[in-house]
Design a protein around this ligand. Structure first.
Ligand SMILES: Cc1cc2nc3c(=O)[nH]c(=O)nc-3n(C[C@H](O)[C@H](O)[C@H](O)COP(=O)(O)OP(=O)(O)OC[C@H]3O[C@@H](n4cnc5c(N)ncnc54)[C@H](O)[C@@H]3O)c2cc1C
Ligand code: FES
Length: 326
């Protein structure tokens, strides 16, 4: 049975789909309404059951004595996402009537995300969450840079809502994608081609933040990588930006580049990583990652991306994702 948990713990619950809309060529935004949901941190995630919760009984099974069984039920024949799939919370807010709205932004890459992309308003979506550890927001006098690449942008969008609520102003958002059509944000103005911060993105809750947009091919904003934009931003005001904290999320290669650059610039950095996740709850051990641990003779231990992360301090992580080590 569904359980709505108290404010702090996680829950498994049916959500009603409010809308499912494309935001760029590969991403859809799924907005859901729930009767209640614990308060989450930006960087935490939900595990979505990307198939109907209804399990079909095999009524149309034909099994000839000298052959193989053949199933005629559509539900049993079609490829389905058996395990839940992890998605960062891209937004969460409570409406006046007390219902909680959650958004995820899904890049359509396979069976589960294709199922998500065909959802219609009124459909039911079962989820568990909030899971994992999110970004640690530093004290108010510390400037923040949110650094997001492609599929890593959703948790940073949610972080902007939390920062707006806290009244934080000294925040720069640097986001990028390979090309304009793959950038999952709503632009309200033309981004500066020289990589100068401007208020060009529509953030949830009406937040306005200095934003730099970068694209590999120059089709939107400055041509280059988000790490090029971070270096340029730092060079513009090195002494003022020196104690900034960078919160980064994106593909493994981008996270490694962010780790190397922030170390070189002397900036603190938190990294939100992705791993294949079977359970999201710390039980299946499918999401292990090497984390620094000076108390161990070998200097590291296995950590779990789902429960020790997905957000880690840069210096605690010894690998960033498949095939991308320190
Ligand atoms: C903590 C966390 C947060 C995430 N947040 C987002 C998000 O906000 N938006 C988003 O689009 N994606 C996000 N992902 C990745 C997302 O979970 C996968 O893209 C999704 O599970 C693919 O499911 P599928 O059935 O469509 O693909 P499949 O058919 O299962 O596989 C297609 C491809 O996706 C990869 N993949 C499959 N399962 C996972 C998995 N559990 N984790 C990572 N990669 C996987 C496979 O290696 C393969 O390359 C997140 C992953 C993690 C671990
Ligand atoms: S996903 Fe199962 S232990 Fe992390």
């Amino acid at each position: 049975m569904d359980k709505v948990a108290d404010e702090k713990t996680m829950c498994a619950i049916d959500a009603r789909v409010v809308s499912c809309t494309p935001i760029c060529r590969e991403h859809v935004v799924v907005e859901m309404a729930l009767p209640g949901f614990p308060t989450s941190e930006a960087g935490q995630f939900v595990q979505l059951l990307c198939r109907s919760a209804h399990v079909a009984e095999p009524t149309g099974c034909d099994w000839p004595p000298d052959g193989f069984p053949s199933l005629s039920d559509k539900d049993l024949r079609d490829r389905q996402a058996f395990l839940r799939r992890p998605f960062s919370i891209a937004d969460q807010w409570t409406t006046r009537d007390g219902s909680v709205h959650l958004c995820v932004m899904a890049r359509v890459v396979g069976t589960g995300t294709r199922w998500l992309a065909q959802l219609q308003p009124g459909d039911t979506l079962n989820l568990t969450g909030p899971l994992g550890r999110g970004f640690r927001i530093p004290p108010p006098d510390v400037p923040l840079v949110l650094l997001g690449g492609g599929v890593g942008i959703p948790p940073l969008i949610y972080l902007t809502r939390r920062l707006s609520e806290l009244g934080r102003r000294d925040v720069t958002v640097i986001i990028g994608a390979r090309t304009r059509e793959l950038l999952p944000v709503r632009l309200i103005d033309k981004p500066d081609e020289d990589g100068r911060p401007c208020a060009c993105v529509k953030y949830p809750g009406g937040g306005r933040f200095d934003t730099i947009v970068a694209s590999d091919d120059g089709s939107v904003g400055m041509r280059g990588l988000v790490t090029d934009a971070l270096r340029a931003w730092h060079e513009r005001r090195p002494s003022r930006n020196q104690n900034a904290v960078v919160c980064a999320c994106g593909p493994a290669g981008m996270l490694k580049a962010a780790a190397v650059l922030t170390r070189e610039l002397g900036l603190a950095c938190q990294l939100c990583i992705e791993r294949n996740m079977g359970c999201g709850l710390g039980t299946c051990l499918s999401c292990v990652v090497r984390a620094r641990d000076d108390k161990q003779p070998q200097g590291w231990r296995w950590a779990l991306a789902c429960s020790d992360g997905p957000v880690f301090e840069r210096d605690d992580l010894l690998d960033y994702g498949p095939d991308v080590g320190v």
